[in-house]
Design a binder for this molecule. Structure first.
Ligand code: HEM
Ligand code: HEM
Length: 202
């Protein structure tokens, strides 16, 4: 046995767990986080299907856009609610590593900002095309942010696409960090965002 293998930690031995931090998120925050994840998945799927479809008039295209715009406006509302809760509550408990906490904070804030920007741009595209954004099931419409403007449509679609790519990059970083905490660092970061199901017998 050489010196390196003698000092190496056996793979099966668990790492010393970091001290379990106090739950930083309320049940409402956790539920809103996972609701955002579902809405984001529907948005990415419908956005990319829209990108692949070429015809502007098919029934499939219309249905995809109804889902996309509905989920987008729902995500806007959920994100505004999350931002309000976030401002009135302490942010996520610190890990003790300043640089790591600063990066996590920066990525979280960027995700909030890009979602808000992306949703407003989507709303502007619809208005600039000459339509209002409907409030599903009510017959009501959201106010128009801009008048019909074909030049603005082109710019807003371009910006909507650029922000979508920024969003994918941020989410890839975010998900990779969550997995790193869980499998490599083995701390309680992911556990604090786990949905807490009430036990009916307790
Ligand atoms: C975070 C939220 C959102 C994401 C990630 C997202 C993503 C996308 C993506 C990837 C596309 C395809 C772009 C392309 O054709 O290359 C798209 C298209 C579109 N999105 Fe969104 N979107 C979001 C929110 C919204 C909202 C809230 C609305 C409207 C209120 C909206 C309206 C539209 C429209 C109208 C198009 C079609 C644009 C065109 O005519 O080419 N989006 N979106
Ligand atoms: C499978 C995918 C995902 C996992 C495993 C995950 C996991 C987590 C975890 C563990 C945290 C807490 C981080 C901490 O306390 O330091 C967190 C926070 C956060 N996540 Fe995710 N996430 C996922 C997807 C998403 C998506 C798609 C979005 C955007 C819609 C998102 C937005 C956020 C935001 C904004 C925070 C910060 C919450 C705050 O402190 O206000 N996450 N996520």
């Amino acid at each position: 046995m050489n010196a390196a293998s003698a000092t190496a930690r056996p793979l099966a031995q668990p790492l010393a767990p970091l001290p379990v931090r106090t739950p930083a998120y309320t049940s409402a925050q956790i539920a809103l986080h996972w609701l955002s994840v579902s809405l984001m998945a529907a948005l990415v799927l419908s956005g990319e299907i829209r990108h692949l479809l070429t015809s502007q008039t098919t029934v499939t295209m219309r249905s995809v856009m109804v889902v996309h715009i509905g989920c987008g406006m729902a995500l806007l509302a959920v994100t505004l609610a999350r931002a309000c809760v976030r401002m009135t509550r302490r942010r996520a408990a610190a890990t003790g590593f300043r640089m790591q906490d600063a990066c996590a904070h920066a990525v979280h804030m960027a995700i909030y900002a890009v979602i808000l920007g992306e949703c407003l741009l989507g709303w502007i595209i619809v208005n600039a095309k000459g339509f209002a954004v409907p409030l599903p099931g009510t017959g009501l419409e959201f106010p128009r942010l801009v008048a019909a403007d074909p030049a603005l449509v082109i710019t807003a679609i371009w910006a909507h696409e650029v922000l979508a790519w920024m969003m994918y990059g941020l989410l890839a970083l975010h998900i990779a960090a969550a997995l790193w905490h869980h499998y490599i660092s083995r701390d309680d970061t992911l556990a604090r965002m786990r949905l807490r199901v009430r036990n009916a017998r307790s």
